[in-house]
Design a protein around this ligand. Structure first.
Ligand code: FRU
Length: 482
């Protein structure tokens, strides 16, 4: 039953979206990355394949491009590249989620999708909102095959979680294994250590704590957006830890996202090993995975970073942030490779293959897929849009991306790098204002936003200028398959 508050919120948000539909052309809007219809987007939520379509819900604040009250927006797609917006799925319209329908996940059960999320509540008063003044409620709602969403059910409150936690407990990820349901929640302990709560259930409604999962040594003060999955028989725990200090080239962003390989059983004896960052670029956080229709394990991250000191120039155009392109995960030599979903190859047009050397230049279009190989795996350097330098230093064994000082296209982004002992190939995806680099078939990935002035550069889009080294490249323009 819809309350009058829900009806009011529906009307308010629809009006905002209708107004946005009338905004002038914006060359930074993206062609194959998910972005908000208007306003702000953050974490991917409720990813699943259900009734012949991929569903992607997302953290959405239509009223403010800098983020405000959070709803779940909803997109569907058949190919994970062209997304149809279906409107808002969950509104913050209950006492237990009135300050935001926060992140969560989807569990497909026959003709239903169970949507689990965190109901965020901030009490009015003089609180620190870490140890007091905040609720992180675990809530479920059920979507049927027609996209109708049932009444919400409040499943757990802070008093149900272990007593040595702060109020920061959120972001349920739910899955089914051997006839039982499991849930992980991200949490911050009173001792300011990040951890994950593991719950199990026989009926997906009442949940029992099975374990508190953490590293032997403290690893950040809060773990957000946990995810647990099996990849080719290997158990993986993905988390977004906050509070890690930079270490050389590692942990360079304000908050991190990465994965542990799990040895043993998370509900018994276990060890978390070899934390690796998912992405080394400026704009990546809170990823989630799901199983595609053909069994592929797919990851989508938020291509943004909260609370950081660089900006997105789209704010003045009424919107901010996007998702990464969905990435297929595979396992190789104990680490996870990430590559763009193969569906993107159907969008390739006008293949151009060429040699490159210092001084070579290509105009890569607004949306393109560019493969770069270097001769004899040597050092190389090239520049995108005259301002973003991509470099592999074979002697130092460092791969890096660096915006030139005071670059107008960087929004204040500077330098990111990674230790790389050998270079084989680089795949660059350019989608107007989003750029993703896939190195050595997905061994490392860098995601960043970039804001060139296309009105100056012309409709042929991004420029790539080679500065050092030599090799081969293949360029495809990317266009939607009709
Ligand atoms: C991660 C996060 C989640 C929370 C959501 C709120 O970016 O902070 O922990 O549920 O965003 O939008």
């Amino acid at each position: 039953m819809k309350t009058s508050l829900t009806k009011e919120l529906e009307m308010f948000t629809r009006t905002l979206e209708e107004k946005a539909g009338k905004l002038p052309e914006d060359s930074w809007r993206l062609k194959f990355h998910v972005m908000p219809p208007v306003g702000w987007l953050n974490d991917p939520n409720g990813l699943c394949w259900f009734h012949g379509a991929y569903h992607l819900f997302f953290q959405y604040s239509p009223s403010d491009p800098n983020g405000a009250l959070k709803y779940w927006g909803h997109y569907v797609s058949e190919n994970m590249l062209t997304w149809e917006y279906k409107g808002i799925a969950l509104y913050p319209d209950m006492p237990y989620d009135c300050n935001g329908v926060y992140s969560g996940s989807a569990l497909v059960e026959g003709d239903q999708v169970w949507l689990y999320y965190t109901g965020n509540v901030k009490l009015a008063g003089d609180y620190d909102y870490i140890h007091n003044g905040r609720e992180g409620n675990t809530v479920a709602a059920v979507m049927d095959a027609h996209g109708r969403i049932s009444d919400k059910k409040l499943l757990m409150k802070n008093t149900d979680y272990p007593s040595d936690l702060t109020c920061h407990v959120r972001d349920p990820k739910v899955w089914k294994e051997n006839g039982r349901y499991f849930m992980v929640l991200g949490a911050r302990k009173q001792t300011d250590r990040g951890c994950v709560l593991l719950y199990s259930s026989r009926d997906r409604i009442s949940w029992t704590l099975a374990n508190v999962v953490e590293t032997r040594e403290p690893f950040g003060y809060m773990w957000e957006c946990p995810d647990v999955f099996l990849l080719e028989g290997q158990r993986v725990l993905s988390v977004s830890p906050q509070g890690l200090e930079p270490q050389g080239l590692d942990f360079a962003n304000l908050y991190q996202s990465g994965y542990f390989m799990v040895r043993g059983n998370l509900d018994g004896e276990y060890a978390l090993e070899n934390f690796r960052e998912w992405d080394r670029g400026f704009d990546f956080y809170a990823p989630q995975t799901f199983e595609g229709k053909d069994g592929r394990r797919i990851l989508i991250g938020w291509m943004g970073m909260p609370d950081c000191d660089y900006v997105n120039h789209t704010v003045s155009r009424g919107w901010q942030h996007c998702m990464t392109i969905p990435r297929e995960l595979t396992l190789k030599d104990g680490r996870i490779l990430q590559n763009p979903v193969r569906e993107l190859e159907d969008w390739r047009r006008e293949e151009r293959a060429d040699a490159w050397k210092p001084g070579s230049q290509v105009q890569a279009g607004m949306c393109s897929d560019l493969m770069i190989e270097s001769m004899d795996q040597d050092s190389f350097k090239f520049c995108i849009d005259d301002d973003l330098v991509i470099n592999y230093d074979k002697d130092k064994k460092i791969f890096s991306m660096e915006f030139l000082p005071d670059s107008p296209i960087s929004g204040g982004r500077t330098f990111r790098g990674v230790a790389l002992d050998h270079f084989e190939s680089l795949r660059i995806l350019l989608d107007t204002s989003a750029l993703e680099l896939y190195i050595n078939e997905g061994q490392e990935v860098f995601s960043t936003r970039i804001y060139p002035d296309f009105s100056e550069m012309g409709a042929d889009g991004h420029w790539v200028t080679f500065l050092e080294g030599s090799g081969k490249m293949t360029l495809w323009k990317l266009e939607e398959t009709k």
